[in-house]
Design a protein around this ligand. Structure first.
Ligand code: UDX
Ligand code: UDX
Length: 490
């Protein structure tokens, strides 16, 4: 259904129509996406708003190293556009009122209680956004779902938008579009600049064209796909489910390689040459992390079950179950190789982010693996080039050792769960029993194993869950090596 008002009719001649865009949610998706948009569309003002004042302050920081998100290339764009046509603020009401187009880019975590707990998405933030938009928007506004949402959420948003309008804005009208984000963290800027495709789902072709005209500024027409609203919402969930499924598939075969003497790198190379399979997303590892894969698959499982398709739900749920099993497998192997006990042993953890080139730790395999190792009594020395000590502490729900020492209560509670974050100096490895590589940061592939081996306590182990170390260099340094998916080392 389409809604026209004067403003919309006046602006029907596309291209120059949208002048003011608001994005609600200055997170990993909203921040980089609006930064690239503002760089490519100099005639449009982009206001990114967020309820989190600390986050907005960080986005406005003069020191670009303090931006709340680490993403290669992002700082340069923010420096170029911020204060010109890109603004970060907490002025939700004002920015909504001024906007021709509003992106909803807030988080949609998995529900922790009530119906669908553990699987369905918690839409409370999306709903609250819709209510705010309905309250403050003026004239005609195009509302774009950027957050990954369950299929048919657009319908709910539309209902809220139309039914919660205050009297003074009773003539305001809305169109809803779905424009899912396919960027991957660590490569977000390139993904935004050169996407494989841009998907715009909606009912009103004019509204679709408005958003199309923004993307047209830098994306070839043939890459911009139009669909109906539900197809677009479902495509996002499906793309993430397919990608995650590939990771679980290769990790399952990795475990089989370890048991049989095969090498997963060789298997990946062999199957990846088949053009029907392709070479991407078949790297064996500790398990997938990130804010999307698990959440989106569980969402799909919930939907399938809701629509009476339990076999479909079970099929996709197995991808998540395999992933949890694979993460747990890592800590079990470490325990077994270190003679069945970790009590008092020092373990160096290299990498805490869920993948390289991001400071994001959401669903990072490192969280579960480190928790299990701490549970077994290990003393963890953690390094990550971009993840803060505070973030690690939040994720582990255990304060670092230096804070415990200062606080008698913490000292008592966590006396057997010691960890701290360190810089990667040579001393970092002093008396360490094992090194566990959990994130594929390039620096970890360039370590000098000869120097490091002299610092460790023998017999020392290197556990490479990302397949990045040079086997020969590690072994020649007299260290034991375990590598995910590699049955040739047993
Ligand atoms: C989020 C969703 O998790 C993902 O499903 C979707 O595809 C894109 O948006 P992300 O940007 O990574 O991903 O989330 P996050 O970094 O948590 O940012 C969301 C931001 O929204 C937070 O800064 C939060 O403070 C803000 N927010 C949340 C609001 O401003 N208002 C709200 O009502 C709720
Ligand atoms: C994913 C999707 O790729 C992106 O399109 C969507 O918008 C958001 O979710 P992201 O989670 O940022 O992006 O990173 P991605 O590169 O997909 O990696 C996800 C996880 O899978 C990481 O933990 C990564 O280490 C792991 N992975 C990926 C593997 O273990 N092996 C692979 O071959 C690829």
């Amino acid at each position: 259904m389409s809604f026209y008002c004067n403003k919309f009719i006046k602006q029907l001649n596309l291209n120059e129509v949208i002048k003011n865009v608001c994005c609600i949610g200055a997170g990993y998706v909203g921040g980089p996406t609006m930064s690239v948009f503002s760089d490519k569309c100099k005639d449009i003002v982009f206001n990114v708003v967020d309820v989190n004042e600390e986050r907005i302050e960080a986005w406005n920081s003069d020191d670009l190293d303090k931006l709340p998100i680490y993403e290669p290339g992002l700082d340069e764009i923010v420096e170029r556009c911020r204060g010109n046509n890109l603004f970060f603020s907490c002025e939700v009401k004002k920015c909504i009122a001024e906007a021709d187009m509003i992106f909803i880019s807030v988080n949609t975590p998995t529900k922790t209680k009530g119906i669908g707990a553990g699987k369905a998405s918690d839409l409370k933030w999306v709903e609250s956004c819709a209510r705010q938009i309905s309250k403050y928007a003026t004239l005609h506004t195009i509302v774009v779902e950027k957050s990954t949402l369950p299929v048919r959420t657009g319908e709910v948003i539309k209902e809220i938008l139309d039914s919660s309008k205050p009297l003074e804005n009773k003539n305001s009208t809305f169109d809803i579009l779905s424009n899912p984000e396919f960027l991957a963290e660590g490569t977000a800027i390139n993904d935004l600049l050169n996407p494989d495709r841009v998907l715009i789902g909606g009912e009103n072709q004019d509204a679709i064209n408005e958003l199309h005209s923004i993307y047209k500024n830098w994306i070839p027409e043939e890459k911009i796909i139009h669909t109906n609203l539900w197809s677009s919402e479902l495509s996002k969930l499906t793309a993430n489910a397919f990608l995650a499924q590939r990771v679980s598939s290769i990790n399952s075969i990795g475990a089989l390689c370890e048991a049989t003497g095969a090498d997963i790198r060789e298997v990946s190379r062999a199957i990846g040459k088949d053009s029907r399979i392709g070479a991407k997303f078949i790297n064996c590892g500790p398990g997938f992390g990130g804010s999307c894969f698990k959440k989106d698959i569980l969402n799909l499982v919930y939907l399938a079950n809701y629509f009476g398709l339990p076999e479909v739900g079970d099929f996709w749920e197995s991808v998540v179950l395999l992933n949890s099993w694979n993460q747990n497998r890592m800590s079990r192997i470490i325990l077994q190789k270190l003679f069945g006990t970790l009590t008092g042993k020092k373990i160096a953890i290299l990498g805490f982010a869920f993948k390289a080139n991001t400071n994001d730790t959401r669903e990072s395999p490192a969280i579960q693996i480190c928790k299990s190792l701490l549970e077994e009594g290990a003393n963890l020395k953690i390094h990550d080039p971009k993840v803060s000590k505070k973030q690690i502490s939040n994720d582990l729900s255990i304060p670092p050792e230096d804070e415990c020492i200062k606080n008698p209560e913490f000292n008592k509670l966590y006396s057997d769960k010691k960890w701290n974050k360190y810089s990667l100096t040579e001393d970092f490895f002093n008396d360490v029993d094992a090194i566990v590589i959990l994130t594929e940061w390039v620096i970890y592939s360039k370590l000098d194993w000869k120097v490091i081996s002299n610092k460790l306590r023998s017999p020392a182990w290197v556990f490479d869950t990302r397949l990045i170390v040079n086997e020969q260099e590690v072994l020649e340094s007299g260290l034991n090596l375990w590598r995910v998916g590699d049955g040739t080392l047993n």
